[in-house]
Design a protein around this ligand. Structure first.
Ligand code: SF4
Length: 290
């Protein structure tokens, strides 16, 4: 493999998430350090995860068969995406849709929070939790806007057939994944249609459902909730700009391709380091040494 995959190789990763691309806009060095030095979930992270779980159960129908192996879980992702997209059609809303795509030749994935039907179009909604009503800055909104814009691009690429089921299949090779017999028996017992019982069948169906869904709106919504009270503190509408996103992706992918090292925040954004657990330890920015 050439230099192109050096950051992925170095970090022992084979795909990049929408969240990581967004985190690069906050601090690329911090994003990298979170991968190389993960830590157990903090109470704040657990509160955020619990909040998303509460929202999810309202419209989510889990697959009633427990996966045993990694391929079983990979199947479950597509099956639950398929039922989520059915919920979008029936109830006008679905939660937690996992997306796959490709940006500059890299594998990209992401789980968007919510799709809603709005005026005949599909609207992407992302939920974020903040410490308090004043707990987010324009830098935070910029990073979150990039995340939700990546979801829009991934969906748009599928709908425009820039990223097809065949692209997905040649990358992930679903037909070469063997699910456990126990799991497959479970699918049969709950009455999953025969043509959807294979890995290839369920992923093909998932792509067909995305292709069949109405256009995805350029109007993207980011909802900020207070982490403790769960109350909505701000509801932002941002307009998708493919050009702005592409410009950001050209910059951010240079990190993943190994063209440059992870960037630290510049001195005029040093306030971001105040709450960074790596400050003065794994990371000492150049301006700090002056
Ligand atoms: S200390 Fe500052 S520059 Fe370094 S990783 Fe943290 S936020 Fe980024």
């Amino acid at each position: 493999m050439g230099i192109r995959q050096s950051a992925l190789q170095r970090l022992r990763k084979n795909s990049i998430s929408a969240k990581e691309i967004a985190s690069q806009a906050w601090c690329e060095k911090q994003m990298e350090l979170y991968i190389t030095s993960p830590m157990p979930a903090t109470p704040a992270m657990e509160k955020g995860a619990a909040f998303h779980e509460t929202k999810k159960v309202a419209v989510y129908v889990p697959l009633a068969v427990e996966p045993v192996t990694w391929p079983d879980r990979f199947y479950r992702t597509a099956y639950e995406n398929y039922t989520s997209l059915a919920s979008l059609k029936e109830k006008g809303v679905c939660r937690e849709l996992k997306l796959y795509g490709s940006i500059h030749g890299f594998r990209i994935s992401g789980v968007l929070d919510e799709l809603q039907m709005a005026e005949g179009n599909v609207r992407i909604v992302e939920d974020k939790t903040v410490m308090n009503a004043n707990g987010f800055s324009s830098a935070r909104v910029r990073s979150d806007t990039i995340q939700v814009s990546v979801y829009k691009k991934l969906l748009e690429d599928i709908k425009k057939k820039d990223y097809t089921f065949d692209n997905f299949a040649s990358t992930y090779q679903p037909e070469n994944m063997s699910m456990s017999q126990e799991f497959m028996d479970g699918l049969e017992s709950i009455g999953v249609r025969k043509e959807l019982q294979t890995m290839r069948g369920i992923y093909k169906k998932m792509f067909e459902e995305i292709l069949a869904m109405p256009e995805v709106s350029d109007s993207l919504e980011i909802r900020y909730f207070d982490r403790s009270t769960k109350e909505l503190v701000s509801n932002m509408n941002v307009t998708y700009s493919r050009e702005t996103l592409e410009e950001w992706l050209r910059h951010s992918m240079k990190y993943w391709s190994g063209e440059r090292e992870a960037l630290m925040v510049p001195e005029n954004e040093k306030w971001k380091c105040n709450n960074c657990r790596f400050f003065g330890k794994e990371c000492t920015p150049q301006w700090y040494k002056k």
